[in-house]
Ligand binder design. Sequence first.
Ligand code: SF4
Length: 353
Amino acid sequence: MRYKTKQIKVGSVAIGGDAPISVQSMTFSKTKDINGTLAQINRLYFAGADLVRCAVLDHDDAKALAEIKKNSPLPIVADIHFNYRLALEVAQFVDAIRINPGNIGGSERIKEVVKACKERNLPIRIGVNSGSLEEQFEAKFGRTPQGMIQSALYNFKLLEDFDFADIAISLKSSDVPRTVEAYRTLRPLCEYPFHLGVTEAGTTFHATIKSAIALGTLLLEGIGDTMRVSITGELEEEIKVAKAILQDAGVQKSGINIISCPTCGRLQSDLVSAIKIVEERTKHIKAPLNISVMGCVVNALGEAKGADVAIAFGKGNGLVIRHGEIVAKLKESELVERFLSEVEDEVKRYEER
Ligand code: SF4
């Protein structure tokens, strides 16, 4: 069961409470490059992201972000380190700010940032990172989950002292067990929504594995309200992997779930080519369908019973099965097209419900 958390709003996107777990990413263009940044935001939008974060390093970035915000299809979180004046500047137009109150230089500055955020109902995300803990926590606890938790408790207390509670928290580390332990230990200690992520996770292959283990474990324990999969690579990959983790952890039911066999010596057809075509031609589908593509009758009929549409390959032929009922027996060359038309029909029925 999902942990009950306080709900905050980042523009039109609700985070926490019973809101769906949102997926986010971060642009890597210079934010002062308005067109380049907007192009990246649009790519994320079309890939299915719910919100986007942009780094604000100086006044030129802040000024550009005001223009970007006017044309952005996604709510924008401004990512700021140390400089409270930049936070005050962007608070006039963005949808949320990521800043750690403990490193902006004292309570008067925190008070000003809180006031600016309260005026526009902007939440603040406290982003604890094991690689940049405040000195006092690093000296006492090292880069451990306990150090990260103490940093989070310290930072949100600084905001609570000014009666501010529109807070989200992330506890990121590049190490999977440390990340899981930090989120898991902090979860019962506060009600703020959690932004999940493994930071500096590497290129697509390793980032996918690390994020699937860490975020998957946490999601299965009911922990997590929004998430980012950090990949050194293409923006779209981050969203694709994040959505797959949500789907495979069973917390978000949308899109196609493909069940396919690994093949073995019993296979007498070209299943590998068939599955590539099926994957490509069903990737646009949002309806939560289970489809199965299996190499022989050994397991195909059993899998087909739980699938909306299935193929069971045979020797030069095969069956198309819908909800456990055989609807066609065809030559191998005709199977995939018939299967795909049954899938499209299933999508139509889902949309008409
Ligand atoms: Fe082998 Fe048939 Fe199982 Fe595929 S479904 S792995 S071909 S036994």
